[in-house]
Ligand binder design. Structure first.
Ligand code: RFL
Ligand code: PHB
Length: 393
């Protein structure tokens, strides 16, 4: 097979890139290790920045998000029972976020992919990248026991943190920065009305909690848990009881419990690989960087990478502007490091860990400082709604 761009991974990064390139008349093939249903079964992000929703519009796949997504003009932070509202819209001059699940975005992108007629291979094995530093890179993989080969001009590594793309770059050409946090998030999804319209980030002495949602009838809650905790040890009842302990008194009576649709534990990590490009391979989204979910930035950083790459590749194919290729990494990394710093800051401030009383006092003082004046809340609001995308030139 031959194509212009081979895309590894059919998560949101790969599918969105494929759609945007398709709209520019650039041919691409996507290959994905697992099945489409498996991709859709992963419950992940829920908060979409303005820049991402604008990109969805540009990609022509925003109709359902505009009809069903919820616009949120504020977010709440509860500290030791006291709830503070951050007026995102007022503090940023009109910016908001949209609550629309990653599963729904992926669904919309998969539908658009089928309509585009571009090829996608699911449930493949043994993806290998070849000659990425040469003029004629190619990708091989196995489908139903048969080896396939895609010759291409460029490869987009959209295959997540555990993918092969980043690992295909020689060790001496890439630097990896990593921090693993000493706790995880236990998430529960339920068809119950959310406890509150706005999301609430809760700092509590028993540990952090987050009240999020997917719609007015579907809730998503998270609890900070020790890293060695097992999901099997958390019955739904135990989850709801623990959440009640952490919820501020003003909302606890609104909590509606019910059977979980999904429950899982995610470890928290900050990770960046530099640079994000080597030869004809570009790393996109979680393949290049991971942030803890506390700032709701992971998927949004993936979207800004996609925006940068598709604009660069459009110029490469339409105007021969290969000089732009080397700008990809530096443009992305400026925004990525900002997201990494914001997510690390929110994580440190809101979680309870180290069992050190003085550290906890310091964290409370820092939160108090940032919540107590509008000009300080503005710092938080501007980053929560997302920094602007940098133009490619
Ligand atoms: P993905 O989604 O991991 O997709 C990568 C795809 O590549 C496939 N793959 C391969 N395919 C072919 N060959 C191989 N060798 C392959 N190896 C892997 C995989 O099967 C997979 O389908 O990466 P992508 O597309 O870059 O998307 C990134 C986002 O999924 C991620 O950043 C977000 O989910 C992070 N995240 C959040 N981000 C937000 O912006 N807002 C949020 O509110 C938010 N909440 C979250 C989150 C992530 C979470 N978890 C579980 C990590 C909440 C949680 C709990
Ligand atoms: C989610 O709804 O899954 C979610 C929302 C906000 C976050 C993290 C996760 O910061």
């Amino acid at each position: 097979m031959k194509t212009q761009v081979a895309i590894i991974g059919a998560g949101p990064s790969g599918l969105l890139l494929g759609q945007l390139l398709h709209k520019q008349g650039i041919e691409n093939i996507i290959i994905e290790r697992v099945s489409a249903d498996y991709v859709l079964g992963r419950i992940r992000a829920g908060v979409i920045e303005q820049g991402f929703s604008d990109l969805m519009k540009e990609a022509g796949i925003s109709a359902r998000m505009e009809a069903e997504g919820e616009i949120h003009s504020a977010v709440e932070i509860a500290v030791n029972g006291e709830v503070h509202s951050i007026d995102l819209e007022g503090l940023t001059g009109g910016e908001t976020v949209t609550v629309y699940g990653q599963t729904e975005i992926t669904h919309d992108l998969m539908d658009a992919r089928i309509a585009s007629g571009q090829q996608t291979f699911y449930s493949i094995d043994n993806t290998e990248l070849h000659d990425i530093d040469g003029e004629k890179p190619y990708v091989t993989f196995e489908k139903d026991g048969k080896t396939e080969r895609i010759d291409c001009d460029y490869i987009a590594g959209c295959d997540g943190f555990h993918g092969v793309s980043r690992q295909s770059i020689p060790k001496d050409k890439i630097t990896e920065y990593e921090k693993v946090y000493p706790f995880g998030w236990l998430g529960l999804l339920a068809d119950t009305p959310p406890v509150n319209f706005e999301l609430i980030y809760i700092k509590h002495e028993r540990g952090f909690a987050l009240c999020s949602k997917r719609s007015s009838t579907r809730s998503r809650y998270y609890l900070q848990v020790p890293l060695d905790e097992k999901v099997e040890d958390w019955s739904d009842d135990r989850f709801w009881e623990e959440l009640k302990h952490r919820l501020p008194e003003s909302v606890v009576s609104q909590l509606v419990t019910g059977p979980s649709l999904e429950k899982s534990i995610a470890p928290l990590r900050s990770f960046v690989a530099e640079p994000m490009q080597y030869g004809r391979l570009f790393l996109v989204g979680d393949a290049a960087h991971i942030v803890p979910p506390t700032g709701a930035k992971g998927l949004n950083l993936a979207a800004s990478d996609v925006s940068t790459l598709y604009r660069i590749l459009t110029k490469v194919f339409s105007e021969g502007r290969t000089d732009l290729i080397e700008k990809y990494s530096e443009i992305c990394l400026r925004r990525v490091w900002n997201g990494v710093r914001f997510s690390w800051w929110m994580t440190n401030m809101l979680h309870t860990f180290d069992h050190s009383e003085i550290e906890d006092k310091i964290r409370n003082s820092e939160l108090g400082f940032f919540l107590s004046h509008a000009n300080r809340r503005q710092i938080l609001a501007e980053q929560y709604v997302g920094l602007p995308y940098e133009p490619i030139e």
